[in-house]
Design a protein around this ligand. Structure first.
Ligand code: PGA
Length: 259
């Protein structure tokens, strides 16, 4: 695991966007795994800026999103499909046929999940998977207790996640109870992982991910076993870490992990 601690959310977003942009330059037909949530919004804005100012080219990029609520139409303003188009896709030159997002309205969810896994393989597998983390240590909607070998499937959300996500809905009862999510095993097959987190609300989950035991009770902790996982966080999210990471200057770390 490679840990990069930044001073601010903005710097964290810049660092993460630069990693993604660098990978896209190096491999224009890269397959990206993408995440929703408030954390990646800053880095998506920076990618859009790089597209507009420097011509960062998404025309050959393929994306697979991690998850989607069950029961929301793609055009629902809280669906992850809507989020991705509004926050990133409609501002860049990505081809719609290269965008894959789980279909929360599928009437054959199991069949859809198998198809999604197959599609990832057909496209050559995920080169770089972007992840956020839940305050409870979830990655995508793999809630605590999820099998570390799990594949794309339907999951029931925990009370904590419903509570956390209710801020986007008019009332808590409107938050869907189920979601389709890539499994932990699916995520671990990505060739490279980039997890972003900011704020004190994530400090405990980040601490368990980096310094805790590998355990399904904190699904993100499995990233300790990934050969190429990078955790890019801000000072607040790093505030409970006991290791030396937060004392190493940002410049030192980034210059030692270029590709
Ligand atoms: P957030 O969500 O970025 O909105 O905090 C992250 C997650 O739950 O995975």
């Amino acid at each position: 695991m490679f840990i990069v601690v930044n001073d601010s959310y903005d710097q964290m977003s810049e660092e993460a966007a630069n990693i993604l942009a660098h990978r896209i330059h190096t491999k224009p037909d890269i397959v990206l795994g993408l995440a929703t949530g408030s954390t990646p919004l800053g880095l998506y804005k920076k990618l859009i800026q790089q597209h507009k100012d420097q011509g960062l080219d998404f025309s050959k990029v393929t994306t697979f999103n991690l998850d989607e609520y069950v029961g929301l139409l793609p055009k629902h303003d809280q669906s992850y499909n809507y989020f991705m188009w509004e926050s990133l896709f409609k501002h860049i030159n990505i081809s719609p046929e290269n965008v894959f997002i789980p279909m929360g309205m599928s009437d054959d969810i199991e069949g859809f999940c198998r198809w999604y896994e197959k599609k990832i393989v057909e496209r050559g597998g995920i080169d770089l998977q972007l992840l956020g983390i839940g305050a409870n240590g979830h990655i995508a909607f793999n809630e605590p207790g999820s099998s570390l070998g799990s594949r794309t499937r339907i999951k029931t959300l925990t009370e904590k996640t419903i509570e956390d996500n209710s801020r986007f809905f008019s009332k808590k009862e409107d938050v869907p109870v189920h979601a389709i999510t890539m499994g932990v095993g699916t995520i671990m097959e990505a060739r490279e992982i980039l997890l972003v987190a900011n704020g004190k609300g994530k400090a405990e989950a980040v601490n368990r991910t980096i310094e805790g035991p590998v355990s399904a009770s904190c699904p993100a902790s499995v990233l300790q076993l990934h050969p190429r996982a990078r955790i890019v966080i801000d000072k607040d999210a790093a505030s409970l870490l006991e290791g030396t990471y937060r004392h190493i200057p940002f410049e030192y770390i980034s210059s030692h992990f270029e590709d």
